[in-house]
Ligand binder design. Structure first.
Ligand code: PMP
Length: 424
């Protein structure tokens, strides 16, 4: 189906056919959901052995009684797990509670209220702002929005954020104090940053505001679907450019073990960690070390973690294939949309023709298929071109996903044809 070259008669015929199909689907009273990137029950089962794994032995290898208070930085064995995931030294890792998003929120608060490593608190600037590569992760944007931190969008490319745009913004605006990055299997486009991108990001600290920090949210560090994709080390690059303080790295086991009961990590320079700990110590006596110990027993060796992730991949792969096959057969030879083919992570990002995404989401909702709201991948929920839709294949069973995708492609076709008819 090629819309741009279609005649009015052709479009009218398509509209009639597609509307009839759509009406038939609506009669099925579906109730399907491909909104959030949650692991499926089958994936969660892979980690059920965590329950009871300690079997009454609550002491960590270093003798810590994990049931008791204390240890703001987390257990050493948990920090080692975080160090393996992020490929950084253990001393630079703090192991926290169950959510890396919470750690990111606290890091933003730290920068905003107190400043990092002796730099001025962001709240003292006239209009502190983050750079937001788009499409991006809505919850990052919510943190900025809630704290009144401005957001400046920069486009994502297939090698990471558009670095010319990033550098230009930073050179022209001293109030830019952060950038959100999901460097491997980015949410939602699935892109992994190239060596050049990582290297240029590492150089930003040489000319940005001294309080500027890269929020390196490596949520999908080990979530490869097939062979391992290599993300160049931001730590090595910042060391080379003498900008080690400019980056804060995050990860968690949320999509490794139990999504709501994992362990989260932040890794940073000694000076940055000291700033974070200063803020955190007023807030907590320490994290859930019992759960940290459970995790380090479950993954006694890093190879066990890798094997575990392969089991996730085996469950996820057919679901990604289902989404990609449906998109390819519906739109492979069309001008109705574009998408990426991720090699890992949790999402497929689909771009409709400009101005169609909200209509697609509404049509799908009316047919009983919930999609992530159009615009969610942009700050303030506003996609200026109204075209990006994030598809999350992980949660529904394969048959449901397949049905949801059939509805999705039908809605894309119908919305596109109707829009074109209105234009003519
Ligand atoms: N970062 C990204 C990029 C994510 O996609 C997600 C989950 N959707 C998170 C962070 C949340 O991580 P956590 O469960 O550790 O808070």
């Amino acid at each position: 189906m090629r819309i741009d070259s279609a005649t009015r008669d052709q479009l009218q015929e398509w509209e009639k056919e597609l509307s009839a199909q759509y009406q038939r689907i609506c009669q099925h009273e579906l109730s399907l959901d491909i909104t959030r990137g949650k692991p499926s029950a089958e994936q969660l089962h892979l980690s059920d052995r965590l329950d009871g794994i300690l079997n009454g032995d609550f002491r960590a290898a270093d003798g810590t009684d994990t049931r008791n208070y204390g240890g703001l930085e987390g257990l050493v064995c948990a920090r080692e797990l975080g160090a393996d995931i992020l490929q950084v030294p253990t001393e630079e890792v703090l192991a926290g509670g169950n959510s890396s998003l919470t750690l990111m929120y606290h890091a933003v608060l730290t920068g905003y209220l107190f400043g990092f490593a002796g730099s001025k608190p962001w709240r003292e600037l006239q209009s502190p702002k983050f750079l937001c590569p788009v499409p991006g992760y809505d919850r990052h944007f919510s943190i900025c929005e809630q704290l009144g931190i401005g957001m400046v969008t920069v486009p994502m490319t297939d090698s990471g954020p558009d670095m010319d745009a990033v550098e230009e913004q930073i050179r022209n605006d001293r109030d830019i104090i952060g950038i959100w990055c999901v460097p491997k299997f980015s949410n939602p486009t699935g892109v992994t940053y190239s060596k050049e991108t990582v290297d240029r990001l590492a150089q930003l600290g040489q000319f940005a505001n001294p309080g500027f920090r890269i929020f390196w949210d490596n949520a999908y560090a080990i979530h490869d679907l097939e062979q391992q994709v290599n993300l160049p080390s931001i730590r090595a690059a910042t060391q080379e450019h003498d900008t080690a303080d400019s980056v804060l790295q995050f990860a968690s086991t949320s999509k490794v073990t139990h999504a709501g009961a994992g362990v989260a990590f932040v890794s940073a320079s000694t000076a940055n960690l000291a700033s974070l700990k200063k803020q955190m110590q007023a807030m907590t006596i320490g994290p859930d070390k019992v759960n940290q110990l459970r995790h380090s027993r479950f993954f006694a060796e890093f190879t066990m973690l890798r094997e575990h992730m392969q089991k996730h991949a085996q469950i996820l792969k057919p679901k990604f294939e289902c989404v990609l096959n449906q998109l390819e057969s519906a739109f492979g030879d069309s001008d109705l949309g574009g998408w990426e083919k991720p090699k890992g992570g949790y999402f497929v990002s689909f771009n409709t023709r400009p101005g169609c995404a909200a209509a697609v989401v509404k049509l799908a909702a009316d047919a009983g298929v919930k999609l992530t709201p159009a615009g969610a991948t942009f700050p303030y929920g506003k996609d200026p071109e109204d075209r990006n839709i994030r598809i999350a294949p992980s949660f529904p069973p394969l048959e449901e996903l397949d049905t949801a995708m059939s509805v999705f492609v039908l809605c894309v076709k119908l919305a596109s044809v109707r829009q074109q008819l209105e234009k003519l």
